[in-house]
Structure formats: C-alpha cells, structure tokens
Design a protein around this ligand. Sequence first.
Ligand SMILES: Cc1cc2nc3c(=O)[nH]c(=O)nc-3n(C[C@H](O)[C@H](O)[C@H](O)COP(=O)(O)OP(=O)(O)OC[C@H]3O[C@@H](n4cnc5c(N)ncnc54)[C@H](O)[C@@H]3O)c2cc1C
Length: 467
Amino acid sequence: MSEQRADVVVIGAGVSGLTAARRLTQADHSVVVLEADSRVGGRTVNLDLGNGVITEGGGQWVGPGQDRVLALIDELGLRTFDTFVDGKSIYLRNGRARRYDGTIPPLRPHVLADYAQAQLRLERMARSVPLEAPWTARKAREWDATTFGGWLDAHTFTEETRQLFTLAFTVANSEDLHSTSLLQQLFRIAACGGIDHIVNITGGSQESRVVGGTQEIARRMADDLGSQVVLGSPVSAVTYDEQEVLVRSARVDVRAQRAIVAMAPPDVERIRITPDLPVRRAMLQRRWASGSESKLFAVYDRPFWREQGLNGQAVTDLPVASYVVDNSPPDGSVGILLTFVGTASSGYGQNWSDALLDDPQVRRDAFLADLTTIFGPQAAHPTTYLEKTWSHEPWISGCVGSRPPGLLTQYTDADRRPVGRIHWAGTETAIVNQGYLDGAVSAGERAADEVGRLLETTTITSARSKS
Ligand SMILES: Cc1cc2nc3c(=O)[nH]c(=O)nc-3n(C[C@H](O)[C@H](O)[C@H](O)COP(=O)(O)OP(=O)(O)OC[C@H]3O[C@@H](n4cnc5c(N)ncnc54)[C@H](O)[C@@H]3O)c2cc1C
C-alpha cells in the first residue's frame, strides 16, 4: 500500500470527477483521481460492435443549451453529429401504425388539447420554482409531498396523454413517475429549458451524439491527466480534520487539503466517512433512490428502415419497444435500433411480466417481436443483439438521480453543501441540466472552483503567516 500527497483528491472518474480534476490541474494544483472501476467514464461507456463501430451503453445525447458539455467536447477536440431524423417517424397505438413528420405524433384533437393543457400547467408551475433553491417555492411542500405520476393521474383527462408523458419522462428519468417528487420534476422542467426541450430530438436534449461515443469525453480527459488517475481502486474510507483529508482506497491512500466526491449520492453510502456526516447529508444519501434502466440494441447490416423513408423513430404501445430511435453510427455503415427498458414498468401502459425483467432471453425475443411489428420482417434478424443493464453495475446504483417525495424540502442543499474538507460534485449536484452530461460537467467545474478558491486562500494564508 502506497501513500500519495496532493492538493486535491477526486473520488470517481466519471465525467464530473474528471472535469473537476482537469480544471484544478489547469489551475496548477496537484490532483489524484481514484476510480473504483477498471475504466473511466462511469455512466458513459462505449460498447464495441467490432470493425471500429461502437454504440453508447450509457449517456449519449447532448443538445442546445447544454453549454458546458458542448464547450468541453470542443475543448477536447471531439465532434458531434445529428441524431438521425430524416424521414418519417411511426406512431403505433392499438395495432394501428401511422407515419408522421416532425416532433408531434398524430394525436386526435381532444388528446392533443389534453397534452397541451398539461404541458402548459406544468411549465407555469415550473416557472415559480427558484432554480438555486427549489425548496423555497411558495408551494414547495405541497408539490414535494406528491409524486409526478400522481399529479399526471389527477390532471390529465385521457389515458393516451398520461401514457405519452409517462413514456417521455420515464426515459428521461429512468424512474417510475409514481416514485419521483413533483417538485423535483418541476425543478428539472425549469432548469432544462421546458418540456419540449426534455422530450425532443431536434432542438432538444436528444439532438446530437459524439463522434466516437461519449466515453471519449472521459477517456481524453483521463489521457491528459495520465498517472494522476488511479483505476481499480475503490475508496472505502475518508477521514478529515482541520488540517487535511485522508482517503483510503484499494491501491493507494491519498492525503490532500481537500476531497471532491464526484458520484451519485446513494453511491457515496459505500464509503465510511469520519467524522460522521451531518444528518441532512447522511439521510439524503440513504433515502435517494436512483432509477435504473437497460438499453437494448438490435444491430443490422444496414439501416434498412431508411430505404422505406423512415427515420427509425417510433412511439408505440408495445410491451418493450415503446420508444425506438435510430442509433446507427454517423456513416450509417451498420443500422442500430435502440430502446430503453426501465426497472419499473415505464412506458406506454406496460404491465411487464416478471420474466421480462428477470430473463434476458425473454427481453430479447419480446424486443425483436416489437421491432418486427413496427418495421417489418427484416427487423426480426439482427446481426447482433446486445443490452446494457445498469442495475448490474458494481459501483453505480442507477442511471439518473431522481429524488422521491420529501427529499428536496427536507434536505434542501445537502447534495452540494461542503462538509468539512469534503466537496461534492456529480451531475446530481448540478442546477442546470441535473442528471445530464451537461450537469456532470458544470458540477465538476463548480466543485473545482469552490475548492480552488479555498486552496488559494490556504496558500496565501500560509505564505502570510511565514512572512
Ligand atoms: C442508460 C443511461 C442513459 C443516459 N442518457 C443520457 C443522455 O442521453 N444524455 C445525457 O446528457 N445524460 C445521459 N445519462 C446521464 C449521464 O450519463 C450522467 O449524468 C453522467 O454520466 C454522470 O456523470 P458523473 O460523473 O456525475 O457520475 P458517474 O458517471 O456515475 O461517475 C461516478 C464514478 O464514481 C465511481 N465510483 C463509485 N463508487 C466509487 C468508490 N467507492 N471509489 C471510487 N470510485 C467510485 C464510479 O465507478 C463512476 O466512475 C444517461 C445515463 C445512463 C446510465
């Protein structure tokens, strides 16, 4: 067991931790990054399909308004490309498939009106939520006492509208909407640029992907940091006092002036922190429930649906493929169709059987059956099928952090308020685009800035006391 010294120790080599380490290194501070896994990237990972083709197993889309991640992508010399949208999308309900252009499915007028009134009401409520302190909204307690799913049940008039909202927000949250706080969702709507921005591809959060995959963002930052990043070294304990912080990990112990913990709050539960965390922070970690999901990919020798004038996007009431997108590489050298399967029955009025959640073969067969219904018999025979199940990750408990009712109003800013020499990063601590890659970057930058100012203060103070 070796011991190192640094100005700052960062725990977690996801996008957030690596961004924090990059910014501190750029400001001439010494940093060590400790990562439990044998790879960097955390909730971003490239899945290798052979012949130089990858698909993204975790976070993949970026879009307008996500300024911090777009700036980082540019700084790292990476490029983005548009999610494929040329052609018609499919809306399939009650066995009837209809093709449509643009972003709005062909809804009957009374369903469209219902959807619009719900969107209007939610966005009006969201405007009254202060981004820096959502718990101070006038109706914060009332909204945090109920679930988003409960609000939809009470304030929409058609099953179809409820199902559309459920589908869109379950994919975005990877959480059963009856488990997530209404206040949390209003905060997200306000901080992410509105419901259309959350839901849409063009002009929204799903507009672009990164050439080479989003894990490249973390890989390039780690390459620049070199031996400062220690992989395969889970942190088990953090101790701090007035002088320093000591972080114990499998491969190295690090003494530093400050620590940045860059992971989702429930994942910090595995680390023994001494002295004990304040009650608000301890309870936040314990009660935070991150939803999880699987990404299912069917790979074909070419994107055959494009030859039929289709863009590969489908919104359906089928059991597994309730939302499908074309996830082919930028050159279209192979065709990839992607869907999301949550850990809670998510999509379009689905009642999943136990077998569907528990048995990968049942999931595969059901997914291919759905794709065949949507795109015809060619879809039944992919060259490759793969799935990435995030509930199997050893160090990451969920996909996107989503607070259950009560957490925002009871524990307020405990997600990012420093505790002694410990500072918090990770997308869950972001204000704008929390849960997204953009939030991971801005949180890493905010934590680096917070710590950097304290390090400078310490240096100046010690220089003054010497003189
Ligand atoms: C399936 C899926 C789809 C998504 N889709 C999108 C999308 O399209 N667009 C978008 O913007 N976002 C998306 N996201 C969210 C996005 O990927 C995350 O917001 C972002 O990657 C979080 O980065 P992070 O650094 O905050 O946390 P993480 O990536 O979770 O990093 C935390 C790191 O800490 C490590 N760690 C855990 N415990 C320890 C320990 N004890 N010691 C040391 N290290 C430890 C973990 O291994 C991990 O590497 C998606 C996520 C998933 C999973």
